[in-house]
Ligand binder design. Structure first.
Ligand code: ADP
Ligand code: MG
Length: 398
């Protein structure tokens, strides 16, 4: 989904208040009645002008079949609210190119006031998920109000919480910078996903490093759950080794781990399944891409379990739960992800018990151009295939 920030500069203070009122109203109403929008906004002059301004640029949408006159927030509206929060916090000043379109997220390069580039990840749960279940209208009707909004927010909260915990404990992950609603802002990693790397000088060393990372996660009580070539960015650093009589260059490859909404505790009922899947993803990729097969079997889940808490390290599955992303939230998000059959980028619809699907190398990248749908208006959804190539500031003009 495109992120067209053009209208941001033209929204008045009343418009923002009205948009916020629709967001607040959506917590209890699938369709927020117009009088309620007026009431929540507290705008004495009335909200009709703002409502039409917001509807015109697709930030709210009128629901036609509703029994009463009302509006709901669109994904675009929620995006604007998040961006406005970042603008006020001075975390984001401008929005640039879209660098990723995942099944469940959009990734943009953004910049702060000094022009330092960062990454904005917008979670979009429900975009494809609702499409897959569209045939079942009852399912849609039974969804609690704004479930896409709530679930996307949970995904962002979870990702931010784990990224923070991992970063604090020295794991190679992006720096989490800010979080609002269904989005997070993190540092930009200047690297390509391993998926795009055709050869490496020393596959055995990189393999060992990745397996060590899986085991180190286990030591901290965690399983990534989607540890694959899309979620490992490979940073290349050239080291200039100048000696007295020669100059040599060597390249260090550093894997950086991303994408945490599906992380699970090592105590999860299906922990062994997720652990094995993570390990096997790496094994399979190294064999196919680099023709490397490790002499060692495993690591096995039982070995990983023995590492939990080793050297007195903190169990991050436990501390994250205490930090605000509660067990209840984790359960809700997991149930939702399972129900709609979206579980990681490498293996959609794979649930415990399923065999891993045979990957089709050619098809994979096409998956990203899935048609958007459902909760976002057609005209709003736009064409995601064309990445925006302009950078636009989101600063108010006045
Ligand atoms: P999804 O949940 O949709 O898979 P990811 O977090 O895996 O989203 O991000 C999708 C893609 O966006 C990644 O494969 C990577 O190319 C790019 N990306 C995500 N985060 C960063 C980052 N911090 N720095 C650079 N690129 C990133
Ligand atoms: Mg990913």
């Amino acid at each position: 989904m495109r992120l067209d920030t053009k209208a941001m500069r033209y929204l008045t203070a009343e418009d923002w208040r009205t948009l916020t009122a629709v967001e607040t109203g959506s917590k209890n109403h699938e369709v927020v009645p117009t009088p309620l929008i007026g009431q929540i906004s507290g705008l004495r002059g009335g909200v009709h002008k703002s409502i039409s301004a917001l509807a015109k640029v697709g930030l709210i949408a009128r629901l036609k079949n509703a029994k009463y006159d009302g509006y709901r927030l669109t994904y675009g509206g929620l995006d604007y609210l998040a961006l406005n929060t970042y603008r006020k916090r001075k975390d984001v000043y401008s929005v640039g190119n879209q660098i990723g379109v995942g099944k469940e997220s959009d990734i943009f390069v953004v910049a702060d006031e000094k022009g330092v580039q960062r990454v904005l990840k917008i979670h979009r749960l429900g975009r494809i998920s609702f499409r897959t279940v569209k045939a079942n209208r009852d399912y849609l009707r039974n969804r609690s109000s704004g479930s896409w909004m709530y679930m996307s927010r949970l995904a962002a909260l979870k990702e931010f919480a784990f990224m923070t915990a991992l970063r604090d404990n020295g794991f190679p992950v992006p720096e989490p910078l800010s979080q609002s609603r269904h989005t997070i802002v993190m540092s930009l990693i200047d690297a390509f996903p391993m998926r795009q790397i055709s050869s490496v000088p020393d596959p055995a060393a990189l393999y060992a490093e990745l397996i060590a990372m899986i085991l180190r996660l286990a030591q901290y009580g965690l399983i990534h759950g989607d540890f694959n070539e899309f979620n490992i960015l490979i940073k290349e650093e050239t080291n200039k080794n100048a000696t007295e009589d020669s100059k040599t260059e060597s390249i260090t490859l550093t894997p950086i781990l991303i994408d945490f909404p599906q992380m699970v505790s090592i105590d999860h009922v299906n922990a062994e399944y997720y652990f094995d899947r993570d390990v096997n993803c790496i094994k399979r990729f190294f064999e196919r891409r680099f023709h490397f097969v490790s002499d060692e079997k495993g690591p096995h889940f039982a070995d990983a379990r023995k590492l939990v808490g080793k050297d007195g390290v903190e169990r991050l599955d436990v501390s994250v739960e205490a930090s605000g992303f509660s067990r209840k939230m984790a359960k809700e998000l997991e149930a939702y992800m399972k129900e709609v059959g979206v579980d990681g980028d490498g293996s959609s619809a794979a649930t415990p018990g399923d065999e891993d699907e045979e990957e089709n190398e050619e098809d994979e990248d096409e998956d990203n151009s899935e048609e958007e749908d459902s909760y976002v208006d057609r005209d709003q959804a736009g064409t995601s295939e064309q990445p925006e190539s302009t950078t636009s500031t989101i600063e108010e003009s006045g």
